[in-house]
Structure formats: C-alpha cells, structure tokens
Design a protein around this ligand. Structure first.
Ligand SMILES: [Zn+2]
Ligand SMILES: [Zn+2]
Length: 388
C-alpha cells in the first residue's frame, strides 16, 4: 500500500512540474501562480544555487549544470522525445499486459488505432522539414504572406541564413534555419512547429489526449465493479462518508496494481496537459496568430501599457526611419484577403515622433490594431488543416 501511495505522489508531482514547465512561460499566465512557480523554478532557485555554489566550490557545479542545461534546452536533442516515447510505450505495455485479460473484444478493437495515432503524428511532426527556409524555396516563402509592418517588416534579414526574413517566419537557433510561419520550437518533437507540420502537432496533442481518455476509461471499466459505493450508513455531509469513499477507492485501486491503476492514474493526472495545450492552440487559431506572434503582440501590449506605443497611417504621409528603410526597396505585392494601412511604433521617450505629432495617435489597446493574418476562425482553421 505504501508503494502504491508513493506511486500516486510521484505521478502527481511529475504532472505538476511538467505543467509548470510547459505553461509557465505563456504570456497569459505571467501573473498567475503557474507563472510564479515557473520563475521560482527557472530563475530564483537556480540563482540561489549559483550563489551557494560560487561560495563553496568556486562555481564548478554551476558550470557542469550549465553545460547540461545548454545541451538539454539550447541544442537540438531528442531527450524529451525519447522520454515521451518511453513513457507512452512503457505505460501502454504495462497496461495492456495487465488489462487485456479483463477486457471484452469490443473494448480491445479500437486499441491499435487509438495507440498508433500518437506515434504516427509524432513521426510526421519530427521528420517534417518542408518549413525550413532554404535559398531554393526562399522566393516561394516570400510570396506566402504579406508584411503587416507591425510584427513583421521587410527590412529584417536573418544574419545566420543571410536571407530576408519572410513575413511570419522566425529563425530557430536550435534547428539552425529560418522556419516558415514558425509557431515554436518544440522539444517534445525535437523540431520546429511551422506552417506545414502545425496540423500534425495539433493531432499529436489530440491523439495523446484520446489515448489517455481511453486508457483512463478502460481502467475505470475494469476497476469500477470493485468500487463498493452506496451502502454507507453515513450521509454525504459526514466525515465518515468521505473516509469510507476514500478507502473504497484505494481498495479498488490496489486491485488494479501499477499496470492498471498506476497507468490509469498517470493518464488522468496528465490529461490536462495535451488538452490545455490543444485548447491554447485553438485560441491561437481563433485569434489568427502563432505562439511566436502571441509573444510579439504581448510585447506591443506592454509598450501600450507603458504609454510608448503610437499608431499612424502609412498613407497619411508619415515619415519615420522604419518606413524610410522599407520604401528604399519596393515591396513585392502579395495577394492577401486583408490589407492594413496601419503602422505602429514605440518611442524611447514616450512622445509622438517629432515634427509629425498630429499624424500619430497614442495606441492604448491592441483592439486599435488590425491583425491582417486573422481571417476569422473558420478560414484560419482551414488554412491550418491545409498547411497554408
Ligand atoms: Zn535564419
Ligand atoms: Zn527549431
């Protein structure tokens, strides 16, 4: 029973840490306990450790850990992918070995499809390199999206690739290339999630969620007959009722052992991860932006809060350095359903650009700014499915 309790604690702790590691950096969660826990784990605790280490070992341990974390987080490596595949394969093997003898055929039949899906979509995501921008496909990448002159401007050149950055692209230092419609570099699939493999990435999340739901359901199906509820002489407001319920639950779980109960519990506690991430990406599709762009919008929102962002119209005759450098080279026309005349600048002194004050208006909210990449939820969603 103690081993079982320790397994439960370990599963809960691992799930919590994974959740914080995955979501703590999201701009939307910056001011929540999740964001604080992320800063605590990634900034405050390491800083404290570095100070102690510098004092007692001259910083030797910090240097080894820095080398390791650099390899883990700053270099392309398959460790997270391997960990995920090991966890999935290990859990599935343990579960199937213990559960198959207890399951009717109708419950066994969907298992191959449900279980193969995450492997298939992960494979598609991992091996996809179509989004990597090379000199050969650069011209086509430049014709995909127009510049919005807010998040993406045509004068930005990637110094590593030595190519003009197409709108919505981003250079990934881990992959070493610029990535078309870059969403984010995903350690989970050891690749960048971009224009074409974004749909596979969403399917990875969804298929993992489905595996977990189905696994948890089968676990419940096998164990629920052992869960003797409803014959308690106590009312549900009494403490004894909940104690009995807890005991009945623990008894049923102990029958399942690690193979059924342990794996089922792991499935239930980690279920929020793929679904929360999937929900976040549905929100991004609704808002017409990538994870990379959501961070850029968050920066603009911060500038607006600080009162240093100014909005104007290109056709109103405004002149500023950014527009001047853009006009030096004629921008190629890209057919796109939405165009915008807006230009957004942030000034260091918080004042409107000198000499043209009357042409600029203080930008106080993102609602004032048009996102030309947002074509409405349905069209955004279809574009994602088509890899466009
Ligand atoms: Zn690049
Ligand atoms: Zn990458």
């Amino acid at each position: 029973m103690i081993a079982f309790r320790n397994t439960i604690i370990a599963v809960v702790v691992i799930s919590l840490f994974t959740f914080i590691a995955l979501f703590g950096r999201l701009p939307a969660l910056r001011k929540t306990p999740i964001g604080f826990s992320h800063r605590l784990l990634c900034i405050y605790v390491p800083n404290g450790f570095r100070r102690v280490d510098a004092r007692y070992t001259g910083g030797r341990m910090s240097r080894s850990i820095a080398r390791l974390t650099h390899y883990l987080f700053q270099e392309k490596n398959p460790l997270v992918l391997l960990l995920f595949l090991t966890l999935l394969t290990g859990s599935a093997t343990l579960f199937l070995k213990a559960a198959l003898p207890h399951l009717e055929t109708k419950f066994i039949l969907p298992i191959p499809i449900v279980l193969l899906a995450p492997y298939t979509f992960t494979y598609l995501c991992v091996t996809s390199t179509v989004d990597h921008i090379t000199p050969a496909n650069h011209a086509a990448a430049m014709r995909t999206y127009p510049y919005d002159h807010i998040l993406f401007r045509p004068e930005n050149v990637c110094r590593t690739c030595n190519l003009v950055k197409p709108a919505r692209s981003k250079h990934c230092s881990l992959c070493g290339v610029c990535v078309a419609r870059c969403d984010h570099h995903c350690a989970w699939v050891n690749n960048c999630v971009g224009r074409h493999n974004y749909r596979w990435f969403l399917q990875v999340l969804l298929s993992i969620g489905i595996v977990e739901i189905y696994g948890a359901y089968l676990c419940w199906h096998i164990l629920s007959p052992h869960l003797h509820l409803g014959n308690s002489k106590y009312g549900w407001l009494e403490k004894q009722y909940w104690a009995e319920l807890g005991n009945a639950f623990v008894f049923a779980m102990s029958i399942g052992g690690i193979g059924i109960s342990g794996v089922g519990l792991l499935a239930v506690t980690t279920l929020p991860l793929p679904f929360a991430l999937f929900g976040y990406h549905v929100y991004l599709i609704w808002a017409g932006m990538t994870t990379n762009e959501s961070a850029k919008w968050a920066d603009w929102r911060d500038d607006m809060t600080d009162g240093v962002a100014w909005i104007g119209k290109k056709t109103s005759g405004i002149k500023n350095d950014e527009l001047a450098s853009e006009s030096e080279e004629e921008e190629e026309y890209i057919p796109w359903p939405r165009i915008s005349d807006q230009v957004l600048v942030s000034t260091t002194d918080g004042k409107a650009p000198t000499g043209q004050e009357h042409l600029w208006e203080k930008a106080t909210s993102l609602d004032m700014v048009e996102n030309i990449y947002d074509l409405g939820f349905w069209r955004n969603f279809i574009a994602v499915l088509q890899g466009k």
